[in-house]
Design a protein around this ligand. Structure first.
Ligand SMILES: CC1(C)c2ccccc2-c2ccc(C[C@@H](CC(=O)O)C(=O)C(=O)O)cc21
Ligand SMILES: [Zn+2]
Length: 331
């Protein structure tokens, strides 16, 4: 049946990318397991995974049930919320870390204050993004909804595909139009869309060469250096070869974001605040079977960069040594 659409294409930001659609499959379709088994993204529809949240969690409900403690709220001067690792800012052996200008600030706000700032927001104000691990600090009714997620379904997937343990569930409340720029995580992710609409653009780990991640020791480790709003094709010529996949998630959808897959996430413009909850799992044990999978090569390149920094100490020597190692010999 044709699903009624609650959004228009002018609510999506425009990028110079040709994108295919991520498949949308019903939760009980055997092809879901096929794709997860191949570490490929899939939107799982009509499941009960986050049903209790989808039924109850509106901004007003969260305002009354999130508890009265301060929550982590990120502030940005732009629509982008580029993650950075604070621990990589301080190390003296990291000059890039010392003159690094953090693109976002972090503060603590009570949910009421956060919602008030959202309502009163005007262009020129900082944008806001609330991110809160779901734990016992949230109110009892949220805990009740949370324990009623379909844990049997996600547990069955976790076991069948040999994922590691669940590490966290993040509750995310985003202002309309916010963007989490393209990055990868080293965890398997069931990304649940609870309220509002989110557009997700994903790229396979094999697009590593087209997305130019920051050096591993840089605070923006795991994030792409390419600014999707204004790509620098001189510095990043292969970006035009990136082969992405996209989907617009509606309430109740759960997107499987495979470990090491790049993802850019945006809350639709003029779509109001969005609420999501993710499930992060450690990757399973990966035996070195040949040919190596793409994500295993990424893990290996990360180890090489860490080892070289370890021995060279100064990150400015890592590039020149790698270049001298391969230029004219492996190129
Ligand atoms: C941008 C923000 C709030 C942030 C700031 C500072 C440190 C961490 C994070 C962080 C981590 C995860 C997300 C959720 C999601 C992206 C999205 O839904 O926007 C995503 O990438 C994932 O589920 O893997 C969002 C954030
Ligand atoms: Zn992520």
């Amino acid at each position: 049946m044709c699903e009624e659409k609650h959004w228009e294409s002018d609510q999506l930001r425009r990028y110079d990318l040709d994108l295919k659609q991520i498949p949308r499959l019903r939760y009980n379709d055997p092809k879901v397991d096929e794709l997860i088994g191949q570490n490929k993204p899939v939107v799982i529809t009509d499941s009960n995974i986050i049903k209790t949240a989808q039924e109850n969690w509106t901004p007003e409900y969260l305002e009354h049930n999130l508890g009265n403690v301060g929550h982590n709220v990120f502030l940005s001067k732009t629509h982008k919320f580029k993650y950075f690792d604070r621990t990589k800012m301080l190390s003296r052996s990291n000059p890039q870390g010392i003159d690094f200008v953090p693109p976002t600030k972090e503060t603590k706000l009570k949910i009421g204050e956060f919602m008030k700032k959202l309502k009163e927001w005007k262009p020129g104000n900082d944008r806001l993004y609330l991110q809160q691990p779901l734990n016992d600090t949230v109110g009892p009714s949220l805990v009740r909804d949370f324990v009623r997620f379909d844990w049997e379904y996600v547990g069955q997937k976790q076991n069948k595909h040999n994922w590691g343990p669940l590490t966290s569930n993040l509750l995310l409340i985003s202002q309309e139009g916010n963007v989490t720029p393209c990055h990868y995580d080293e965890q398997q992710n069931f990304f649940g869309q609870v309220y509002g609409y989110k557009r997700c653009i994903l790229f396979p780990p094999s697009d590593f060469e087209c997305l130019y991640p920051h050096p591993v020791h840089h605070p923006h480790d795991r994030q792409s250096m390419v600014d999707f709003d204004c790509p620098d094709y001189t510095r990043f010529p292969k970006f035009k070869n990136a082969k992405g996949f996209e989907t617009v998630l509606k309430p109740g959808d759960v997107l499987y974001i495979p470990i090491y897959w790049w993802h850019h996430v945006e809350s639709l413009m003029k779509g109001g605040p969005t609420i999501s909850v993710n499930f992060w799992y450690k990757g399973g044990p990966t035996s070195l079977e040949y040919p190596l999978k793409d994500h295993q090569k990424i893990a290996i390149t990360r180890n090489v960069e860490k080892m070289l920094l370890e021995v060279l100490q100064d990150p400015r020597e890592v590039g020149p040594l790698l270049r001298s190692m391969v230029m004219g010999r492996y190129t």
